[in-house]
Design a protein around this ligand. Structure first.
Ligand SMILES: O=c1[nH]c(=O)c2ncn([C@@H]3O[C@H](COP(=O)(O)OP(=O)(O)OP(=O)(O)O)[C@@H](O)[C@H]3O)c2[nH]1
Ligand SMILES: [Mg+2]
Length: 190
């Protein structure tokens, strides 16, 4: 089975990637498998910078092709926050605290428009790194709904499906999500 190496330690992302790459016959391998002790500091101020940083760092260490995903939630009424800081908005990778902070900051706000953004970078030794970007439009709810997914999925409402991201199966999520959109673009290039 062909392996695809992903520079992530986020189990939620891994599930999303497996839902897409699994049916295509790829085995998804992540930092949790091959570099659990490695920490890549995300010093960039854009999704693109951080995705490239993660892909190139792990690719250099393993001397193989590596894919990285840097993603987040941009809320219009909060001027694009939490953006690249989505994972650490209220506490390092504390999804529940992050959700509560977003809901608190939007209390009484009628403009609930937001989008998920996902930038996927591909780095390979002696080749030029490239990236693709996918986005998904939605609205922030006033309370959590659904138990699938990760991060802000329970408060991200997708009007076209009348469901939050957390009410979708990983397969359904992949057909409409920012990650699915980015991977669709990636497939054209791989
Ligand atoms: O509800 C969500 N559904 C999604 O589909 C999604 N995609 C991203 N996010 C949020 O944005 C952060 C990424 O930050 P991020 O790209 O730095 O990843 P991470 O730090 O979690 O893992 P790693 O890949 O860096 O190891 C995540 O933690 C989440 O808070 C999502 N939330
Ligand atoms: Mg991260």
């Amino acid at each position: 089975m062909t392996q695809v190496v992903i520079a992530t330690k986020n189990r939620g992302k891994v599930k999303d990637f497996e839902a897409i790459f699994g049916p295509l016959g790829y085995e998804v391998v992540t930092m949790l498998d091959v570099a659990p002790d490695m920490d890549i500091e995300e010093t960039g101020t854009t999704f693109e910078e951080n995705a490239v940083l993660k892909a190139e760092t792990l690719s250099a260490a393993l001397q193989t092709m590596v894919i990285a995903d840097d993603s987040g939630l941009a809320i219009d009424a909060l001027h694009g926050e939490p953006g690249v800081y989505s994972a650490r908005y209220a506490g390092d990778h504390d999804d529940e605290a992050n959700i509560q902070k977003a809901l608190r900051n939007l209390q009484g706000e009628t403009n609930r428009q937001a989008r998920f953004v996902c930038v996927i970078a591909v780095a390979e030794p002696n080749k030029e790194t490239y990236y693709v970007r996918g986005e998904c439009e939605g609205e922030i709810t006033t309370e959590k709904r659904g138990t699938n997914g990760f991060g802000y999925d329970p408060i991200f409402y997708v009007p076209t499906l009348n469901k939050t991201m957390a009410e979708l199966t990983p397969e359904q999520k992949s057909t409409i999500s920012h990650r699915g959109a980015a991977i669709a673009k990636l497939k054209e290039k791989l």
